[in-house]
Design a protein around this ligand. Structure first.
Ligand SMILES: [Zn+2]
Ligand SMILES: [Zn+2]
Length: 107
């Protein structure tokens, strides 16, 4: 897929979520969420979260991933909605929660 088309899809994804938000079927949410993870804005945000946490997970390991405590404000998260985690804690966090909070492989 060309990057131009990809950028277009990301834009459509963000716009669509603004309008339909929580009424979107789960698969649609996942798709939109995935496209948002590729965005520059997300990369900047996740770095800010990791930096604010001193790249430390709550277990003391080096944090490399960012977990969404809530998807209420997905695309427009507050830093408090996000938690820096190591891979192990992140996977554990998702294995105890429901399908809607599926592990975000790319974070
Ligand atoms: Zn997560
Ligand atoms: Zn950890």
């Amino acid at each position: 897929m060309s990057s131009k088309i990809e950028r277009g899809l990301k834009f459509i994804g963000r716009e669509a979520l603004k309008h339909v938000g929580r009424n979107l079927p789960l698969e649609g949410k996942r798709w939109l969420y995935r496209t948002s993870l590729d965005s520059d804005a997300w990369q900047i945000k996740r770095k800010a979260v990791l930096k604010a946490a001193g790249y430390r997970c709550r277990c003391g390991n080096h944090a490399t991933e960012v977990h969404h405590e809530t998807y209420e404000r997905v695309f427009n998260e507050r830093l408090s909605d996000l938690t820096a985690m190591c891979r192990v804690c992140h996977q554990a966090e998702h294995s105890k929660s429901d399908g809607d909070r599926k592990y975000e492989k790319r974070t």
